[in-house]
Design a protein around this ligand. Structure first.
Ligand code: HEC
Length: 330
């Protein structure tokens, strides 16, 4: 309980990137074996709905999870039952407030996930549009809580050029920092706190999937958090992806797993090859981009010396997610 709680507390803020594993990766997915598919277990998400700027509880809103599930509300508290291991978006709506989406959340294996949701009032949404700009109802707004990669610090002092929002790899929208009065400010070229958070806003974002790229000072690889923009609505997201985890690249995470105890004990160059990125690619060990990749087959001990990995080992799941994502080096 302690660990689960700590993790949820860290990632609860905007429900963003709370997990490390890809949906439906391993076993048990549609078409993977047994005819009688077992019923999908369900989990409960619950928590409080708060105003994004004041942190005050907001009563009387409607909250939904994904396309179908509607939460029951008691005061500002909601409770909703959803399929386990589902990627979903939470939405809060209410008169006097903008429709507010939380970044995608993969519901975890654990039941009873505590998640705080936030909603943006119409007045606050106006403040996200500097004088001279227009809130186009066909476009979306993205509000970013700027945090360090480990999620432990706000990114005060970050230059504006280090924040961008990409769709299909190209920057979209206009990025502003929120100044110390809670207003999007074109003159605020370094990040500053408001309401104990360091915030940026991106206005005029075409509806659709986006990636937030934040280059934290002193950190070589940009953070990239993913979400969806919706017309005439605000999407809330934290800059640090997966609750403050490093980007899912060989350099940031995977290299350490493959040269660590489970594999690196043998694959250190004596007798076997080293599990470096160039070895993995020249030996074609990363394709196909799924659990059939030789790297993952070997890790599971199929025709391979025994290791500690099974299909549910967290490190295995992380490497699988990385391979499925195209195995980026950095
Ligand atoms: C007990 C020692 C040992 C451990 C532990 C070990 N390996 Fe290996 N591995 C070998 C040997 C020996 C070979 C075959 C020699 C070679 O190809 O260099 C090999 C080969 C491989 C190959 C090449 C397979 C192919 O199709 O060419 C991959 C991929 C691999 N290991 C991945 C891993 C991963 C991932 C881990 C950790 C989960 C791991 N190994 C742990 C000893 C080990």
């Amino acid at each position: 309980m302690g660990i689960k709680f700590g993790r949820i507390a860290l990632c609860g803020l905007f429900l963003s990137g709370c997990v490390g594993q890809a949906p439906g990766g391993i076993g048990g997915g549609p078409g993977s074996g047994a005819d009688a598919a077992p019923a999908v277990p369900q989990v409960i998400l619950y928590g409080e709905l708060k105003d994004v700027m004041t942190n005050a509880p907001v009563l009387g809103a409607a909250v939904s999870a994904g396309a179908t599930a509607t939460a029951t509300m008691t005061g500002a508290r909601y409770e909703v039952t959803v399929d386990q291991q589902t990627l979903l978006e939470m939405k809060a709506s209410m008169t006097g407030y903008a429709d507010t989406y939380s970044a995608e959340l993969l519901t975890e294996a654990a039941d009873n996930q505590l998640t705080t949701m936030f909603i943006v009032s119409d007045a606050v949404k106006q403040n996200l549009y500097p004088a001279g700009t227009t809130d186009d109802p066909t476009l979306g707004t993205v509000h970013i809580d700027l945090q360090s990669v480990n999620g432990l610090a706000t990114l005060d002092g970050l230059p504006l050029a280090n924040v961008s929002l990409l769709q299909n790899g190209a920057p979209v929208g206009t990025v502003y920092f929120i100044n110390n009065q809670g207003l999007a400010d074109p003159n605020q070229t370094t990040a500053i706190q408001y309401g104990q958070k360091t915030r940026a806003v991106v206005i005029n974002v075409p509806p659709g999937p986006f990636e937030v790229n934040v280059l934290e000072q002193g950190v070589p690889t940009p953070q990239s958090a993913k979400g969806n923009a919706f017309a005439n609505a605000v999407t809330l997201i934290e800059s640090a992806n997966a609750a403050g985890e490093l980007p899912l690249t060989y350099d940031a995470q995977i290299g350490a797993i493959l040269t660590g105890q489970d594999c690196g004990g043998c694959h250190s160059g004596n007798g076997t090859f080293r599990l470096t990125y160039s070895e993995l690619t020249t030996r074609n060990l990363l394709t196909p981009a799924d659990s059939n990749a030789p790297l993952l087959q070997s890790g599971l001990g199929i025709g391979h010396p025994p290791t500690n990995w099974t299909a549910t080992t967290p490190d295995y799941l992380k490497v699988l997610e990385w391979v499925e994502a195209g195995a980026p080096e950095n």
